[in-house]
Design a protein around this ligand. Sequence first.
Ligand SMILES: [Zn+2]
Length: 372
Amino acid sequence: MSDYKKTNDLTEKTTPVDADLLRLDDSADSFAWKKATIANVSTKVQADLIADDNTFTGTTTLDKIGLLKSKSHSPNGIVTFIMDDGNACCYTDYKPLFDAQGEVACPAIVTDWVGTTNFMTLAQLLELQTSGWEILSHTKTHPEFLSALTEAQIITELSESKAYFTANGLTVENMVYPSNDNDAVVRKITMDYYNSGRAAITQYFSPAYNTSPVDSYNMLSVEIVGVEAADIANYKTYIDNAYTNNGWMIFFTHFATAERLAAYDEIIDYIQAKNMEIVTVKQALEITGNYFEGGDGVAIGRDGIRANKIVMHALSADPTTPRQGKSVIWQSDGTGSGDDGDIMMKITAVAGGTFEGGGNTKTITLVDFSAS
Ligand SMILES: [Zn+2]
């Protein structure tokens, strides 16, 4: 192995990797290039994609992260209902209510609690799944705060619950964080096992709906707790806002009371009257989820890109003038507009335009490198 290979080892790179600057002239480096390119997706996914014997094993894992899935469109916004913890009342009370409404919901299951006193049995979970309900993971033991655990402990909570689901015929692709608690490490590890992670907002904050690009590993939701008239009016306002903004509203709850069941009936009637779809998390992600999901690093949705950093290459020539109503940002190397290191922007606006479709273009220095 050459010294070059050593100095360009993947472990010395950070994402996004300049894959085109890695060498391709022998099989070992070719492998390094493939690894580095896929590393732009996620470090763990890259490891999953390429087995120890260098064979590419990517198809199912790429599907796991939602790469380039086709998306449909839901013009009125969508709503998802989640019952946390797998309490028995999900089966005995919520299931008949949702059946009567012709709708489905999603129980979030703690695998160590399945079949214990006051929790649903495996047979009940399988029946829910068969009826179109989506089973979600809520970890193995329900630690109060995943972010307080070590990485090894978080992995155990996620991997062993996932193994339980798989071994028992349950298809579980999405996750609910206990106490809605998550941090960067929790989100990164969750991405290795699940397509999404649900968090929550403080009650009565707004907006509370999710929009594209979705924060797939920190999704917003609101708990249905209070059942006074003012509470129900608030839930309806959340639904109205999701409807107006084509958003995805997630509600969750824990236990059933007669009053709360009545509130659910009223809320579901309200959603149906607005012609909004009630969907599972998986269905919602198919409608409004990201085309490409890279966790906190980068995500591409139908309505935009979310990224934790943007890396620019210096250009020797100015980029093509953007059409009317668009703009472009780049780094100058001093050959075209701007001095070496300046961050530039070209904006084409309608104001001052002299011909149809043209507009007026200005080139602006956003950052003067020599002066900073
Ligand atoms: Zn819980």
